[in-house]
Write a protein that binds this ligand. Structure first.
Ligand code: 9RB
Ligand code: ZN
Length: 371
């Protein structure tokens, strides 16, 4: 069986405008127009490397339908969906909610196609049509809340896809492993009271959203214990991340016994991301993927679907993404990480004592088992 792959050219046309990073350009306040942090470039270049390296020929390109209004409303409020649709018809587009999540005309349609890409990937894996899958979608989704977009996210792509699968009875228990450098607050909030979905987020401690992703956030009500946060100190590298997968994520997945594992695959914890302050390498992402595949082979016949999140290094994201997809497909393209000399040997790549303490504290948190 093959590895499924989602990419739509129009994802590259989602227009985040002439911001200055995440701020709105304002010449009178000294803020010179630039690009938004979240430009298409890192994703387009990842797709182009997948194609040029030859890996694309070994993947199964999955067809994508836009998520329907009904599917969006499995997670989002009708009012929010209607507002995005209305603003998307304006020539200047709109903002999904926090002032940092702009979109251009037609942004609604592209966001529906991003949610649809997540649905296509999760469905293909859950239905056994592919062994595993990577959905390279844009805009990203893990910060989006039911009634508000934020942090470059319009619709909660992964959460919508999980709800669609559950409604079709294609999956009951699902675990989300979010390795984006930012806290996966939206996914956590949506499933907070839901015992059927375990959300795990590994992120840079106390970054974005502000005051979010603390270890004591464990879900609530019937979902108590099904949110797991691993805030890591800035400067964490390959050693800290692999230790986290081994000591926290793998045991949690073995305890929770999901039918499907979904990875919220941001690459902004890489060593040269402009927004993250972590040190992951392409080889680090490859090893994390291999470890997750090994656990998934034991708990859910290897059913893993990756859905893209952040990652803003236009130069390095392509190599990190290619490493993950090679591992998923069990293929080697021969393209080497051109930065490995620089990043693999960086000081403090190994596990540091203060990182081990943070990981041990997360590893001590109990995870509910089925039944
Ligand atoms: C805020 C500002 C940000 C900054 C980074 C992200 C990253 C998202 C991501 C989102 C929003 C500014 C809160 C500027 O990659 N997620 O995976 N917002 N930045 N000013 N203020 C008040
Ligand atoms: Zn991020």
């Amino acid at each position: 069986m093959s590895t499924g792959y989602v990419w739509q050219e129009i994802y590259g046309w989602h227009d985040t405008g002439t911001a200055a990073g995440a701020a709105y350009a304002n010449p009178m306040a000294g803020i010179q127009p630039l690009r938004h942090f979240e430009s298409a470039e890192s994703k387009k270049r990842l797709h182009e490397l997948v194609a040029v390296s030859g890996l694309l020929d070994q993947l199964e390109r999955l067809p994508v339908e836009p998520a329907t209004q009904e599917q969006l409303e499995l997670v989002h409020t009708p009012e929010y969906v209607a507002r995005i649709r209305a603003e998307s018809q304006l020539p200047k587009g709109g903002d999904a909610g926090d002032g940092f999540t702009p979109f251009g005309q037609g942004g609604y349609d592209i966001a529906c196609l991003a949610a649809g890409g997540a649905i296509a990937a999760l469905a293909a894996v859950a239905e056994g049509r592919v062994r595993n899958a990577y959905a390279l979608v844009r805009p990203i989704g893990h910060h989006a809340l039911p009634d508000m977009g934020m942090g470059f996210c319009i619709f909660a792509n992964i959460a919508i896809a999980i709800r669609v699968l559950q409604a079709r009875d294609r999956a009951r228990r699902v675990a989300v492993v979010d390795w984006d450098v930012h806290h996966g607050n939206g996914t956590q909030a949506i499933f907070s009271e839901d015992p059927s979905v375990l959300t795990i987020s590994i992120h840079q401690d106390s970054y974005f959203p502000p005051d979010s992703g603390h270890r004591h956030e464990r879900g609530s009500g019937a979902g108590e214990g099904t949110a797991l946060n691993v805030p890591l100190p800035p400067g964490s590298g390959v050693g800290a991340y692999l230790h986290t997968i081994e000591q926290v994520v793998a045991p949690a997945l073995r305890a929770f016994q999901p039918d499907l594992v979904v990875v919220a695959s941001g690459f902004d914890a890489n060593a040269c991301d402009p927004l993250g302050r972590m040190m992951l390498t392409a080889a680090g992402f490859r090893s994390m993927t291999a470890m997750l595949l090994e656990v998934a082979a034991d708990v859910c016949d290897g059913r893993v679907a990756f859905v893209h999140e952040g990652g803003y290094s236009e130069a390095y994201v392509p190599f990190c993404g290619l490493a993950v997809m090679e591992e998923l497909a069990g293929a080697k393209t021969g393209v080497e990480d051109p930065y490995h000399h620089l990043f693999d040997g960086m000081g403090y790549q190994g596990l540091q004592p203060h990182q081990a303490d943070a990981i041990a504290a997360a590893a001590a948190l109990p995870i509910p088992s089925p039944g």
